[in-house]
Ligand binder design. Structure first.
Ligand code: SF4
Length: 298
């Protein structure tokens, strides 16, 4: 078992790109091929099941040193408007290409930090998308929020625009781990955004945790999971930390390889997390994902 864990304890393709990076064609894709595959996918699904949009909102106010996502760090909120205008310009290019009005089944806002953007700009984005599209009958809208940068007004605005699910990046509550990953956020702050979401009426709140971060121990993971369960999120994502310090721009050099839990220790943190979720009323619904047994959306 130990040999197997060591053998497969290597970075894999990241889920954030499709196709995943090893399958990218280094010569790029010709514009006509791109148009052809977009149209084909659209025609196959628009009427029968609707289409889904993922919109990347890449700005964050500070850099978490574990993060390998595509993001830009800035506190200048003047970037918001030109970014939204550019996304809507791109959406119009798609709409010009498509032969019929798109029927949108799902929208997901990811990042970066979607809640970096003001309520006004989030409204502009979603209303702009629906100027040239209609909602499919079972419409779903979800987004990611940063507990330190999400206001009640943003939660309400997104709810009014149709969002019923959100997910918050928690990662770890331990102060030593939080300092190493430069992601300082208190339990009280997380509780606040969690409670507001409930009050407003969101029917699925998810918390993202990461195992394998620097300085994590069995004790710190137990305490993080205890705090998480106290807030009863409908879903918990329990991701493995991917250490990819060679990727340009990834701020992961603030800690050393020696500060990370070793392969079998990391495996133990994963098994422990799973066991604690099961003991507290969660079931596994997919790789790294758990849901409360009472979750009506399972
Ligand atoms: S983890 Fe999230 S908030 Fe932190 S830098 Fe990455 S995208 Fe931004």
């Amino acid at each position: 078992m130990k040999n197997l864990i060591q053998k497969y304890n290597i970075p894999g393709p990241r889920y954030t790109s499709y196709p995943t990076v090893p399958y990218w064609d280094k010569d790029g894709i010709a514009i006509d091929d791109w148009k052809h595959s977009t149209l084909k996918a659209f025609e196959e699904s628009n009427d029968s099941e609707g289409i889904s949009l993922y919109i990347h909102l890449p700005f964050c106010e500070s850099l978490c040193t574990f993060c390998a996502c595509h993001k830009r760090i800035t506190k200048r909120h003047t970037v918001e408007e030109p970014y939204m205008d550019t996304v809507l310009k791109e959406w119009n290019l798609y709409c010009d290409l498509l032969v019929k009005q798109p029927k949108i089944k799902e929208i997901h806002l990811g990042g970066g930090t979607p809640t970096f953007f003001s309520s006004e700009n989030l409204k502009k984005l979603i209303n702009g998308i629906f100027k040239r599209a209609e909602k499919f009958k079972e419409f779903e809208f979800s987004y990611e929020g940063h507990p330190n940068h999400t206001t009640k007004e943003q939660l309400q605005t997104l709810y009014d625009l149709g969002a019923r699910r959100n997910s918050f990046g928690i990662q770890d509550y331990d102060p030593v781990v939080q300092k190493a990953i430069n992601r300082i956020q208190s339990f009280e702050q997380v509780k606040k955004v969690n409670d507001w979401s409930r009050e407003i009426g969101y029917n699925s709140i998810s918390h993202d945790l990461i195992f394998g971060l620097p300085f994590q121990t069995e004790k710190s993971i137990r305490s993080t999971i205890k705090n998480t369960i106290a807030l009863k999120p409908d879903r918990i994502a329990y991701y493995s930390y991917a250490h990819v310090p060679w990727i340009k721009g990834v701020g992961q050099r603030g800690f050393d390889d020696n500060d990370l839990p070793k392969d079998d220790e990391k495996r133990h943190l994963y098994e422990l997390g799973k066991q604690l979720f099961f003991e507290n009323g969660y079931v596994e619904i997919g790789m790294d994902h758990f849901a409360l047994k009472t979750d009506t959306l399972i």
